[in-house]
Design a protein around this ligand. Structure first.
Ligand code: MGD
Ligand code: MGD
Ligand code: MO
Length: 763
């Protein structure tokens, strides 16, 4: 039996399994951009947009939420940001003519990649069940009919989803519209993503978002990196990490996969690195933790810190900080001491020596940052993943210290900002007193539905109408088969979108597909050209202007669509000036400022401040807006983040490739993992293949082991040897979503446990 524990040396790799041989970045990323330019067929003008991307006064990338620096690079975009832009400025059109030629039954045969590649939506469309086609409709008729449908329902039967694409202006109006109508069913993509953060960081340190800013990365000594794939999902962050490493900061990474970007990076903007083929090693230590094993890792690290304190009392922990600023330390310490190393090793899949080595780096560092992504949030015990990371940082006072803090890496470009301006199912997301004072609206008191509640409501008939401002819910949600079957039972579906996707092919009884401008498009309204705004992962707000010609004369902005719908639905109210707001978005920004004065003071004046303007963070200043008024230690109750031990089965992790943005599949090259050609694969290590009697290339099925009367399986998956820990398999999202049960989600926030489904492999 070989030792299946993987770690220490970032350059070690299982021979005989695919690997990308070059560093992330470099020529490979330039070729990646080149390929998508070829595929997307953009105009020359479109290419000019890239040069203004993520620069002050320019267009803020539609892909990830990574920070936009005040002093950008010549090209402040990455391979995947370029793909997102070029995908949006596509010259192809999915216009009324296209839809008249294709029934939805025909379109369902298209692969998701080919469906979106049909091009930009250009005409408002209404589904005609008779001919099974979307047919053109006027905007006015669409708004009138949607309003009649919504008004015929109890407001609480309607759900307004949004997916983190729309700017702050449209998002604020959407959140206001829902509450004025009488519901706060405002699920958002973060319900499938960083809701674990929004809910649990708030409980632990009194802020729903990260505490770091870019400056912290200039002075940190160590970064502990958990479950975030920077090379694919936020590549511009690699520049920041590279600079930190070059100044001597040490990066310690925990991830079941040796994600290439966290191993080595060649800066495509550095002529010397490019010419000489040099690369910067990113992770000093890389540990291939088992999925769900991070609580055990962090418990082990904390044990080592406590042992060091025992050996030299008063010198290791930050006692002054713990005494003055925190709660619950003694109970947490007692629980951590009670865990034994054998169990920590078993759960983490790492040796005690590896965990102590990581803890020694922590002990040797004055300023530490904890970074994380979906590897921590998308687990049943995601709360404890975060709690333990916060615990580790609090032990030596790393939160609220320059160069230290906790930094979740957010997903969609404006997912964090939408929540800041009231998009969210909780009453607390929008201040009721402000709604009363500004608009005379009495908002509902009870919380609305998040994404999982919405699914349950669609299944049991409580939800009758679903409006989607962007996104592709039927593909993104768990339990896809059940959800796709339930979707057509909805009375009303309205999709406001840039490009066609699967969710548009499961219409409700009455269904509309409405084309909107994307962020790359120029937005002309009655008072002239408009800007929109967004908030990045580090809580900085940026204005954005799209320079591209809109894809067609009928296409309207998200602000215009939301405002027109609201106007059609709500009774007249002189305080709700939907037309005036559509004409001039600065008026909306004034209202955002009046609703959230602490975050948005001077919003319009600061809109184009280079680097964005910071909206502040109380925990950063050691103001703990928690129940106790202190930072809370979290007492661990288990060492596993998994809801269910897979027993004799395997834990399934669902991944994004380097060639997709969520459900948008740009292509079939997962270059940074050395995987090409197919997404219908399961990744598994060679020893496990031998143990299970599987051979490379064999076609198998996966079956979910959660027994609740529903059979969940996906077949046609090619066995692919890959460098992974034992007892886990990995595959792609969204293909494997039918395997993830709706009921399997993070305990406090409802974030689906997409990284921890117990499965068996059926040969
Ligand atoms: N190009 C591109 N960029 C994107 C996206 C995209 O699809 N494509 N999506 C955007 C969105 S909405 C989001 S939320 C972010 C997502 O970005 P990430 O947070 O990076 O999410 P994932 O790609 O799902 O990958 C999570 C990582 O966690 C690891 N992992 C899985 N399970 C565990 C575990 O139990 N423990 C640990 N320590 N690690 C684990 C996986 O190997 C993987 O490297 O990216 C955003 N940016
Ligand atoms: N198994 C598994 N499932 C997952 C995940 C996982 O890791 N594993 N990750 C989850 C996560 S983190 C997330 S965030 C969700 C993502 O879920 P969603 O946010 O719902 O999905 P997207 O794929 O981002 O939505 C893409 C669609 O948005 C539309 N769109 C693009 N740009 C715009 C725009 O500017 N305006 C408007 N109105 N529409 C636009 C286009 O029509 C496009 O087809 O998926 C979740 N699902
Ligand atoms: Mo996300």
């Amino acid at each position: 039996m070989t030792d299946d524990r993987k770690g220490h040396d970032a350059t070690r790799h299982d021979a005989g399994t695919p690997e990308y041989e070059q560093a992330t970045g470099g020529w490979g990323s330039l070729r990646g951009v080149g390929r998508i330019v070829g595929e997307a067929n953009p105009s020359a003008a479109a290419l000019k947009i890239l040069a203004r991307q993520n620069k002050p006064g320019g267009m803020m990338c539609t892909a990830c939420a990574w920070a936009k620096p005040a002093h950008p690079h010549t090209f402040e975009f990455c391979e995947n940001g370029a793909k997102a832009t070029l995908w949006e400025v596509d010259r192809r059109r999915a216009d009324a003519d296209f839809f008249s030629r294709n029934t939805l039954t025909d379109l369902r045969d298209l692969h998701d990649h080919d469906l979106e590649r049909t091009g930009r939506l250009t005409d408002p469309l209404r589904y005609d069940p008779e001919s099974d086609r979307y047919l053109p409709v006027t905007w006015e008729a669409a708004f009138a009919e949607i309003a009649a449908e919504l008004c015929a329902l109890d407001p609480k039967e309607s759900v307004f989803y949004s997916s983190g694409h729309a700017g702050l202006e449209a998002s604020y109006l959407y959140a206001l519209f829902a509450r004025a109508m009488g519901h706060q069913n405002l699920p958002q993509s973060s319900n499938m993503c960083h809701e674990t953060t929004s809910v649990n960081l708030l409980r632990f340190i009194g802020t729903p978002v990260g505490t770091c800013t870019l400056e912290d990365f200039d002075s940190c000594d160590a970064i502990f990196f958990f479950g975030q794939n920077t090379g694919s999902n936020s590549p511009r962050f690699l520049h920041v990490l590279k600079a930190a490493v070059e100044r001597g900061c040490r990066i310690v990474t925990f991830n079941p996969l040796r994600e290439r970007g966290l191993v080595e990076f060649t800066d495509p903007q550095n002529p010397i690195q490019m010419t000489l083929g040099q690369a910067t090693r990113i992770s000093d230590r890389f540990y291939q933790v088992r999925p769900g094993g991070d609580i055990a890792v962090l418990a082990g690290m904390m044990k080592h810190v406590l042992a060091a304190e025992d050996a030299a009392p008063g010198t290791v922990l930050d006692h002054a900080f713990i005494d003055a600023e925190t709660m619950g330390f003694a109970e947490t310490v007692a629980a951590v001491r009670a865990f034994d190393w054998a169990e920590i090793e078993a759960q983490s899949g790492l040796t005690r020596a590896m965990i102590e080595e990581a803890a020694a780096i922590y002990l040797g560092s004055e300023r530490c940052i904890g970074i994380y992504g979906m590897g921590l949030t998308q687990h049943v015990n995601g709360w404890l993943n975060l709690g333990m990371l916060v615990n580790l940082l609090l032990m030596r006072g790393h939160i609220g210290r320059p160069g230290g803090g906790i930094s979740p890496v957010r997903g969609h470009s404006n997912v964090q900002g939408q929540r800041t301006v009231g998009v969210g199912e909780k009453a607390a997301h929008m201040p009721a007193d402000k709604l009363r004072a500004l608009y005379g609206i009495e908002p509902p008191e009870d919380d609305g539905m998040n994404a999982v509640d919405t699914c349950e409501g669609i299944l049991d008939g409580r939800v009758r109408a679903l409006i989607s401002l962007g996104g592709n819910l039927v593909r993104a949600l768990p339990d896809r088969q059940r959800m796709e079957d339930a979707w057509p039972r909805l009375r009303l579906t309205v999709n406001i979108a840039t490009k066609p996707n699967r969710s548009h092919l499961t219409p409700g009884e009455v269904a509309f597909l409405l084309p909107c401008l994307g962020r790359t498009d120029r937005d002309m309204q009655a008072t002239g050209e408009q800007s929109v705004s967004m908030e990045d992962s580090l809580s900085h707000i940026h204005g954005s202007r799209g320079p591209a010609d809109p894809p067609g004369p009928q296409v309207r902005s998200e602000v215009a669509i939301v405002a027109a719908l609201a106007k059609a639905v709500l009774p007249p109210n002189p305080a709700l000036d939907w037309d005036g707001w559509t004409a001039d978005y600065a008026l909306i920004r004034d209202l955002i400022e009046r609703t959230f004065p602490d975050d948005f003071a001077g919003f319009n004046e600061r809109l184009f401040q280079p680097g964005g303007f910071y909206r502040g963070n109380p925990a950063r200043d050691r103001n703990w807006a928690t129940e106790s008024g202190k930072a809370e230690f979290t007492t661990p109750t288990t060492l596993s983040a998994l809801g269910e031990d897979p027993g004799a089965g395997m834990t399934l992790v669902t991944l994004r490739s380097n060639d997709q943005f969520n459900t948008t599949i740009y292509g079939f090259s997962d270059r940074l993992r050395g995987l090409e050609g197919s997404r219908e694969v399961i990744l598994i290590n060679r020893d496990e293949m031998a143990r299970l009697g599987l051979i490379e290339g064999q076609i198998v099925s996966l079956r979910c082991l959660i027994e609740d009367g529903i059979d969940r399986r996906v077949g046609g998956l090619k066995v692919t040897a890959y460098d992974l820990p034992a007892r886990c398999v990995a595959g792609y999202y969204p293909e494997l979503n039918p395997l993830v049960p709706l009921g399997s989600h993070e305990r406090y926030s409802g974030t689906p446990a997409y990284k921890g489904t117990p499965v068996e492999i059926i040969a």
